[in-house]
Design a protein around this ligand. Structure first.
Ligand SMILES: Nc1ncnc2c1ncn2[C@@H]1O[C@H](COP(=O)(O)OP(=O)(O)OP(=O)(O)O)[C@@H](O)[C@H]1O
Length: 250
């Protein structure tokens, strides 16, 4: 087991709206094995993003434990989290790149978690880091755009840069928060294939939110389904029949 969630719940308390509470996750218990590629399905509002973000503590769960490689993330302070998050790469729907910087500079930043803060602030990059970033861009097929500002790239190209930045980070776990939702169908497949290739060759573990059931069934080894914050399905893609889809999507 590389990742375990024990009784994880998340209740958001809105500041406005008379302090209304929103239960986004409800007692999730789950174990993920090394090397699994897991797709997370559910309707809009089912809790998929919250689930993914509770794993690396971008959202701090209200209750329960998240244990990653025998370390309990839920009780970690900010410094401990910074160190542990180096092992966890994240790919977002909106790419989360620095728009005015080049693809290469964005990629180099993937390695910043391993360097002293002062070096990052001064932007001191070694020749080895420069070369490694270039190789990561090559790996995702975007090296010919290395020196272009990322805000001048297409969505698919930007997501490739984000994946190269993640390769530079050398994580053991990939978390994807709807990484292909803003891409057209052909580009979505290309990006999913790329994530799958990186997962396979680097022997990673991956959890990814997807709106597209077909993509999930094609690329994932295991599917989990959320409905109203609860885990309502956990099985292989072959087990996702009409009954399972009805359970997940209502
Ligand atoms: N910051 C927040 N404050 C209050 N409520 C929130 C917050 N973030 C999410 N929620 C609520 O928690 C529930 C789950 O949201 P979440 O974004 O995790 O769902 P999702 O399945 O990822 O949805 P989508 O597919 O539309 O992105 C929703 O009811 C949402 O309104």
């Amino acid at each position: 087991m590389v990742l375990t969630l024990q009784d994880v719940s998340m209740i958001y308390k809105s500041k406005g709206n008379k302090g209304k509470k929103e239960q986004a996750l409800d007692s999730i218990n789950l174990s993920i094995l090394q090397g699994e590629f897991v797709g997370v399905l559910g309707r809009s509002g089912a809790g998929k993003s919250t689930f993914i973000r509770c794993i690396n503590q971008l959202v701090r769960p209200s209750h329960g434990k998240v244990i990653w490689l025998d370390k309990e993330m839920t009780t970690m302070n900010k410094d401990q989290l910074c160190i542990t998050r180096r092992e966890i790469g994240m790919i977002f729907q909106q790419f989360n790149l620095v728009p005015r910087l080049s693809a290469h500079k964005n990629c180099v930043m993937g390695g910043f978690g391993y360097r002293p803060r002062w070096k990052n602030m001064l932007g001191l990059i070694t020749a080895e880091e420069r070369e490694r970033a270039m190789r990561a861009l090559e790996r995702v097929g975007i090296d010919h755009m290395a020196h272009k500002r990322v805000d001048q790239l297409s969505g698919g190209q930007q997501q490739r840069v984000a994946i190269a930045r993640m390769i530079m980070q050398k994580p053991k776990l990939i978390l994807g928060d709807e990484p292909v939702s803003s891409l057209d169908p052909t580009t979505s497949k290309e990006v999913m294939q790329l994530i799958r290739d990186v997962h396979d060759t680097e022997n990673m573990t991956t959890l990814i939110n997807l709106h597209n059931v077909e993509l999930a069934l094609e690329y994932c080894d295991r599917i989990i389904g959320l409905a109203e914050g609860r885990l309502v399905f956990d099985g292989s893609p072959q087990d996702v029949d009409d009954h399972a889809l009805k359970t997940i999507y209502g």
